[in-house]
Design a protein around this ligand. Sequence first.
Ligand code: NDP
Length: 287
Amino acid sequence: MAHIIDGKQIAADLVADVAAGAQAIYAAHGVKPGLAVVLVGEDPASQVYVRNKVARATEAGLNSIEHKLPVDTTQATLNALVDELNNDPAVHGILVQLPLPAQLNEEEIIARIAPHKDVDGFHPVNVGELVVGNASLVPCTPQGCLIMLQKTLGDLSGKHAVVIGRSNIVGKPMAMLLLHANCTVTIVHSRTRNAEALCKEADIVVAAVGRAEMVDAAWIKPGATVIDVGINVTEIDGKRKLLGDVNFADVEPLAYAITPVPGGVGPMTIACLMNNTLIAARNQLAG
Ligand code: NDP
């Protein structure tokens, strides 16, 4: 039986640390770390994510400011809001919920957010800092995965990690964080030959694909640790169900440790967003 990595508990501990840090900032400066969350349109999944982020922020003692814009918002309007938030000293972190409606240019928005307020860690400046190993604001999902791996395995040096997926928000920054943690890293993607065989050699597998239960026991070396980033919404017997990218029932008996879906990576992503807001506030208040 694998050790089930309790993302909810690890996230709750991190949020408690953030709350203590936020209190210390309030005691020293008389301000709460401020997180502005921008939602454009009414995508149901995005609405749930934003609601969760705002609720968690309040719980962590942050000041969360929600901006809801209509689905037909223009680039000029969104740019103007980002500029306003960049210049607002009460706002230490800015998150624009992705994906944006089709008329809006995501790259332009990501690059417009001031790098020191970019709590998603997607700005090219922060991406560069991550690559050279100086990162202050790291993308939340891979950061959450790394924390869970270190809590479970301790020092990751020398371990062979395979990351499935190469997106800018999960796969690539995950690979970079694992490299900085001294893993030997392989990235597999849709054009990789023998992805299954490569995964089967790994001590650590991080699956960030977006394909329900693609990774089954045939992909996993006995004793490996498996982090399942995937969130795939499916309907089973008329009921809505969240499935990961890993077939949990198949992999769990042979893994050393594994994250569940839900209750693994999801809560850690939000906790890391709170932590990034605290880091951003500390950096800004330090001058
Ligand atoms: P993307 O769609 O941006 O990237 C998916 C990656 O998987 C791509 O690099 C793609 O390769 C690769 N891929 C697709 N098919 C295969 C295959 N058959 N074999 C190997 N690789 C393959 O997704 P994201 O990175 O944004 O998200 C991945 C998953 O994680 C999704 O389910 C998403 O919902 C979830 N997610 C969960 C979060 C959380 O907080 N828990 C946060 C963010 C995402 P290629 O580049 O060649 O196309």
